[in-house]
Design a protein around this ligand. Structure first.
Ligand SMILES: [Zn+2]
Ligand SMILES: [Zn+2]
Length: 759
């Protein structure tokens, strides 16, 4: 042994490293190049179909430092799933190179999500001396469009919507320079070679002047402008402009949902809402979701932005165009989905002009195509953590881990409302972006095309297809039409609980509490207030809310007053809800009484509907969950009282939810303020949930509770249930990365299908 070799760190060492995960299109190879060069190591790095392959050799200490730093200092946008290191005999070669990609074999490299403009690019955007000064498409390896512009893999400019743009010599030089922050940044461009912005009037005629400045002037004047963003078109008006916001709401038709508001920075956000550290972190995260925050009293936003809502959805600019526009406008701006009522968001220029022509006075468009439509994601900070409400831009299509790997490739088709699908293979689940309610042709097309696109992108050929049990869901029908696959039918609320398990990396069994609108029950009734013993393979129904008739079936979903009638019948003719609906009240009570056209349901959502109508909040709704959402907004958070609920025991526990409705009616008749009644209802349901879980712990021995279903988007109920369950000694699982609502069902279906088809 020579002296030199006996000194630790000086021996020559060669390793071959394979990095899997989100490592392409995120500046990984330049990072590896810079790291190896700094440590004086030789070798090469290249993309392959599974990720990035590195060969590196040099002094042992250097190689060890390289391996440590590889994971510790990886680029911001990367997400490393796995690093495999194999030792090899040193070759003695010198120099480090970035080699050509290896396009052979199966494609598994992951496409990253779209990412907010980074600080380096913002500096260029604001610098009059920079060649990209005020250029609305500035991006680099650390930021910019990804998922929404990718047509195929490997991730390469020619397979993105930037393919038509040849790089100018300056851009090409940056692109080919391993030391440049735009090395292999596929969408890179500049004013000399890249896409351009145009401002069009409502007929599609181009307006002159600087498009951004002119657009800001139109907005100032109270015009509605359709603006092409990353994942589709938005409709914009100044958030403080009463007439403009009212006009926008009027033109969007029967649209009661709150508008999201873009603010320039945290300071502007703090003027509108209470922003704590957790909220600030979410607002400034690279995904830049819409963050639902408590609205300040007297916040300067027009009444039509979020009528009757205690929260506002705020987001910070996430494209260079947004930054330029917000700087010119110098005020918060409503930025809501560019669609009419329930249609999907428009993302193609011609389609936008056609569909939004009756809404927008002008169009700010550009010629960088959007290949995949993606709405803004929506999150809500609850107890210092982020709860996903809608998972789309900035998050999709990044994979989520499956608790039990899928031995065979799985497609899960999801539910019907707030639809998503999920592809899974091995330990990874790719949940699609939020697609919307599968009830019109355009959304269904988006769903079917999305599945094809994901299959191509991740090179997954599903052998197992999971679907809801509801025979009328379009997602179920789609699943049943796929030839040559093994079908796995999954009960809706089992999928909810499994989704919560998967979200927490667990397999169960747990006491699963699934509260939502409606889901198909195997007994032919409509479920939605369920207590299940569930793991990823099977479930058993151990309890549920008492069944009540839904007079008129689907009509009862649109008209919550019918649920009030179903609970109260003719016992309370003096109540306002009976008077307001006097013309049909008696008939509907008879329907409920006789069970004619009145399917039975144990739905928690319908229970909220009954109380919402009773208190005069909502007799009719325009979207699923509206009555419950507004009932939560009404509740007085300081009220700690809770209505008592009887729980009857038998083969299964039955929670008499109707007790809550009758107690609320008594209080209302006694002159108790509706805000107090709403709170006592929420608290009473929360207490009943805890008591039911405690009873089930006695019989099952299970100490863990998973909370899922759209009703748990209700923060008042969620926080109370979590706090009280913990006080009673339970371990509580809640959703984080996928929504508790039906948007998370596809992940649950995939987790169940993977577990059931294990060899
Ligand atoms: Zn950048
Ligand atoms: Zn250029």
């Amino acid at each position: 042994m020579t002296t030199q070799e006996s000194v630790p760190g000086h021996a020559a060492k060669r390793v071959e490293v394979h990095v899997e995960g989100v490592v392409q299109g995120v500046g990984f190879r330049p990072f590896v190049y810079a790291l190896a060069t700094r440590l004086g190591l030789a070798g090469r790095v290249r993309n392959d179909v599974n990720g990035v392959r590195i060969e590196v050799e040099g002094a042992l200490a250097g190689v060890e430092e390289f391996l440590t730093a590889l994971e510790r200092d990886a680029p911001a946008l990367s997400g490393i799933d796995r690093v495999t290191v194999v030792s090899a005999p040193p070759t003695g070669r010198t120099g480090f190179t970035i080699a050509e990609s290896d396009p052979s074999g199966r494609r598994r490299a992951l496409v990253s999500a779209d990412t907010a403009t980074c600080d380096d690019c913002l500096r260029e955007l604001a610098d009059p001396a920079d060649r990209r000064h005020r250029y609305p498409f500035v991006n680099c390896t650390n930021c910019g469009p990804r998922f929404t512009i990718v047509r195929g893999v490997p991730y390469d400019r020619l397979l993105t919507t930037m393919a038509p743009y040849g790089m100018c010599p300056d851009c090409a030089a940056e692109y080919h320079d391993p030391a440049d922050r735009r090395f292999h940044a596929q969408p890179t461009c500049c004013p000399a070679c890249g896409p351009r912005l145009r401002l069009l009037d409502a007929r599609g005629t181009e307006l002159c002047g600087d498009p951004v400045t002119a657009c800001a002037a139109l907005l100032h004047a109270g015009k509605v402008v359709a603006i092409k963003g990353l994942g589709g078109f938005h409709l914009a008006v100044p958030a403080g402009h009463e007439e403009a916001t009212a006009a926008l709401r009027g033109r969007k038709h029967r649209e009661d949902k709150p508008f999201a508001v873009m603010v320039a920075d945290l300071e502007q956000a703090r003027a509108l809402c209470e922003v704590d550290d957790a909220a600030a972190a979410l607002l400034t995260s690279r995904a830049r979701p819409v963050v639902l925050l408590p609205r300040r009293a007297g916040a300067p936003v027009a009444t039509q932005v979020a009528p009757g809502n205690r929260s506002l959805g705020l987001m910070l600019p996430y494209t260079p165009l947004h930054h330029l526009l917000m700087a010119d406008l110098a005020a918060p701006m409503v930025l809501t989905s560019g669609n009419v009522s329930d249609e999907p968001i428009a993302y193609e220029d011609a389609d936008a002009l056609a569909r939004l022509g009756g809404i927008a006075d002008a169009f700010l468009v550009h010629d960088r195509g959007i290949h995949v439509r993606a709405d803004d994601s929506v999150v809500r900070p609850v107890a210092g953590a982020a709860v996903m409400v809608r998972r789309a831009r900035g998050y999709a299509p990044e994979p989520l881990p499956l608790p039990l790997p899928a031995a065979r490739a799985v497609l899960a088709c999801g539910a019907e409302l707030k639809s998503t699908f999920c592809l899974a293979e091995g330990g990874r689940a790719f949940v699609s972006q939020h697609i919307g309610d599968l009830e019109n042709h355009e959304t269904l097309r988006s769903f079917v095309e999305g599945i094809d696109h994901f299959c191509g992108l991740f090179d997954i050929r599903p052998e197992v297809v999971a679907h809801d049990l509801h025979p009328e869901y379009l997602s179920t029908k789609h699943a049943l039409e796929i030839p040559g696959v093994e079908l796995v039918g999954v009960q809706h609320h089992h999928a909810h609980v499994a989704s919560c398990l998967a979200d927490n990396g667990e397999t169960g069994p747990v006491i699963g509490v699934a509260f939502d609108g409606l889901g198909y029950g195997p007994d032919g009734t409509l479920w939605g207030g369920e207590f299940l013993r569930a793991d990823l393979v099977s479930f058993e129904r151990l309890g549920h809310l008492a069944r009540v008739p839904m007079p008129g079936g689907a009509a009862a979903i649109r008209q919550p007053w019918r649920m009030a009638a179903a609970h109260l019948r003719d016992t309370r003719p003096e109540l306002d809800v009976a008077r307001r609906n006097a013309a049909r009240w008696a008939d509907v009570c008879v329907m409920a009484e006789r069970g004619v056209n009145a399917p039975l349901t144990s739905s928690a959502g319908r229970l909220f509907d009954a109380v919402s109508a009773l208190l005069g909040v909502r007799d009719a709704v325009t979207y699923e969950g509206q009555a419950a959402i507004e009932l939560e907004q009404l509740a007085d958070p300081a009220e700690q009282g809770a209505y008592p609920v009887e729980i009857t025991t038998g083969d299964v526990l039955v929670v008499e939810g109707g007790d809550l409705v009758r107690a609320a009616a008594d209080d209302l008749a006694g002159g108790v303020p509706p805000a107090v009644i709403s709170a006592r209802f929420h608290n009473g349901l929360g207490e009943a949930l805890v008591r039911c879980c405690a009873a089930l712990r006695e019989t099952t021995g299970l100490e863990s509770v998973a909370l899922s279903g759209g009703v748990f988007q209700n923060v008042l109920l969620l926080e109370r249930a979590v706090r009280r369950l913990r006080e009673e000694g339970f371990r509580v699982l809640t959703h984080r990365r996928v929504p508790a609502n039906d948007g998370g069902v596809s992940l649950g279906q995939a987790a169940i299908a993977a577990a059931r088809t294990r060899p």
